[in-house]
Write a protein that binds this ligand. Structure first.
Ligand code: ATP
Ligand code: MG
Length: 256
């Protein structure tokens, strides 16, 4: 069941509901001498219908933050809330169901199942939830991602870019509350990457989808409404309405 509130005309911008947020999130891997502080007191709001990019050097905690926001990993301290539900108050099973029904993922590695066709991979989350995806939406996603001719192929028969597009289609098929994408354009050439970013932009603009994307590419981050910069597990800077030039300036200032 979706609990998305109906759009109220004239609603003040300050009342934009939050799709998800992290509150004073801290994540420590390991213990004692080998402990690594991956997140150090990170607070981040993800307003509904906004496209947020996370940037920062390798090892700065981007994937950790995304995994914790998505309920794939747990915090050492602090909170993650999805639609104001504190993930720590859920049982493992409830968290799994929330992930399956309300969140979408595109991982750094595509995580496609090798024995399934492209189409079966795309519809897998919906199949697991016992719900057929909306056929018109499925056609839109497949057409936008140019996968129509590839639906019967298995991942090993697809190029890296095609596999990535299958992973994006799978993430979008249930129209989740938030789509989390970890370097979705990393394995794509310029043209395929640009198409994917335009598609993500259009699902935000036209469908009110909330997207959180990790990227190293300032050109990719410029598609977002906002860029958040992480260094050593802490948010050090934020840019609204980012341009590639403004992002490059921050990156050089941060030595990233
Ligand atoms: N499972 C783990 N066990 C121990 N340390 C980990 C684990 N996962 C991540 N780390 C450490 O936490 C820190 C943050 O890692 P994370 O993967 O979030 O970085 P990142 O910003 O996504 O980097 P990249 O750009 O290379 O993907 C790193 O120092 C990393 O080595
Ligand atoms: Mg990462």
């Amino acid at each position: 069941m979706r609990t998305e509130p109906a759009e109220t005309p004239g609603r003040a911008a300050t009342e934009t509901p939050l799709a998800a947020r992290a509150v004073r999130a801290r994540k420590v891997y390991g213990e004692g001498d080998t402990a690594v502080v991956a997140l150090d007191d990170v607070s981040l709001d993800l307003p509904s219908g906004e496209f947020t990019a996370i940037m920062g050097p390798s090892g700065s905690g981007k994937s950790t933050l995304m995994h914790c926001l998505a309920g794939l990993d747990t915090l050492t301290a602090g909170q993650v809330l999805v639609r104001e539900i504190d993930l720590a108050t859920l049982s493992d099973r409830e968290r799994t169901i929330l992930r399956r029904d309300r969140l979408g993922f595109v991982f750094q590695s595509f995580n496609l199942l090798p024995t399934l066709t492209a189409e079966e991979n795309i519809t897998l989350p919906a199949d697991l939830a016992g719900r057929a995806p909306d056929p018109e939406w499925q056609r839109t996603v497949v057409a936008k991602l140019d996968l129509g001719a590839r639906l019967c192929h298995r991942p090993s028969e697809l190029s890296g870019g095609q596999q990535q597009r299958v992973a994006v289609a799978r993430a979008l098929i249930s129209r989740p509350e938030v789509v989390f994408a970890d370097e979705p354009t990393g394995a794509l050439d310029q043209k395929a990457g640009t198409e994917l970013l335009r598609f993500l932009r259009s699902v935000v603009d036209e469908l009110g989808q909330t997207v959180l994307m990790v990227t190293h590419d300032p050109g990719a981050a410029a598609y977002a409404d906002r860029v958040v910069f992480l260094v050593d597990g802490a948010i050090v800077e934020e840019l609204a309405a980012p341009t590639r030039g403004a992002i490059l300036d921050v990156m050089s200032r941060l030595g990233a």
